[in-house]
Design a protein around this ligand. Structure first.
Ligand SMILES: Nc1ncnc2c1ncn2[C@@H]1O[C@H](COP(=O)(O)OS(=O)(=O)O)[C@@H](OP(=O)(O)O)[C@H]1O
Length: 296
């Protein structure tokens, strides 16, 4: 005979037992699920590594030579450009014995000694530059931006421009218009990234990623309609080879290369390819900055 008190007590214990069982089951379910997921991810990583190793082994077998399909001649051209650049650098060094090679004396200027004197510990030489009287320097938004294209010699051009006593430039790429985390901080942040200058100097910034970012043209237009834009281009195939060489040092190969008939080719949808489609980007920029502005 069950007294009502005992019945209630048993039901109470059974309830707790069932709840405990549920908790244990849920715990076991989630534990096994997580273990299984991490095992699958580990397995996938292992397969990917094996695949990469296989590709690398094949590359080594093929002499590790990138043959971009029918672009054999482009590779040849690229090699020729590199060789002639090397030869002219050697020539310059030979013609100027005793003078050290530096980014400020790279042979493009007729009188390198004069150029050197334009810079004294990063400050403009007072002999070549005259600041406006009674003015203290301040940071200004750029009046000219080098918007692209990466791997076309943008850094070299910026350094050459910066040798001019009336030109100052941001030392690094600012990436204001193409990176959300920078853009969200507003024009005050952008200005703070610039070097100090006087009102009679021109401030330049270079971020080659601007050229392809949707936001750049409209936002730069909003900031300054009459800004000077500098766009460096060069033979797109030579540029591509340079960009791929850079990718090669930083990214696993299968992201940008594919194998066609036993040879390695640059993937059609490689970002480096898109960047070099000058006309696609030019059309977007011309909507905001008409060509007539260039001749003003
Ligand atoms: N004057 C001139 N003409 C043509 N090409 C030149 C010039 N100066 C530098 N270079 C070559 O340009 C490549 C680097 O370009 P960038 O400075 O634009 O690269 S980056 O986007 O800033 O990373 C880099 O090419 P690679 O050496 O093939 O990588 C430089 O050698």
């Amino acid at each position: 005979m069950w007294s009502p008190f005992l019945m209630r007590r048993h039901r109470f214990v059974a309830g707790w037992f069932a709840a405990l069982l549920c908790i244990v089951c849920l715990h076991l379910y989630f534990t096994f699920n997580t273990v299984e997921k991490s095992q699958t991810a580990g397995h996938r990583r292992k397969l990917k590594l094996q695949h990469e190793e296989k590709l690398q082994a094949e590359d080594r077998k093929n002499g590790d030579r990138i043959v971009a399909g029918e672009n054999q001649s482009a590779i040849k051209k690229y090699d020729q450009v590199q060789q002639s650049r090397k030869a002219s650098a050697e020539n310059n060094a030979h013609n100027r014995p005793g003078q050290q090679e530096s980014s400020h004396s790279s042979g493009l200027l007729s009188n390198p000694h004069e150029t050197q004197s334009a810079f004294t510990n990063g400050r403009k030489d007072r002999k070549l530059y005259e600041p406006p009287p009674n003015e203290s320097p301040s940071k200004r938004l750029p009046q000219a931006i080098m918007i692209g294209t990466g791997k076309c010699g943008t850094r070299a051009l910026l350094e050459y421009l910066g040798m001019h006593p009336y030109v100052v430039h941001a030392s690094r790429e600012v990436h204001f218009f193409d990176r959300d985390e920078n853009f969200d901080q507003g024009l005050g942040w952008y200005r703070a990234q610039m070097p100090t200058s006087y009102s009679n100097q021109v401030t330049i910034e270079k971020s080659p990623a601007y050229v392809e970012h949707e936001r750049s043209a409209p936002e730069i237009y909003k900031m300054n309609k009459t800004i000077r834009l500098i766009w460096v281009v060069k033979d797109p195939v030579v540029r591509l080879m340079s960009a791929v060489a850079l990718q090669q040092s930083a990214t696993p190969r299968h992201f940008y290369l594919e194998r066609i008939n036993g040879t390695l080719a640059i993937k059609k949808y490689n970002n480096a390819v898109n960047r070099g489609k000058y006309i696609v980007h030019l059309r977007k920029w011309l909507k905001f900055f008409p060509l007539s502005q260039a001749s003003q």
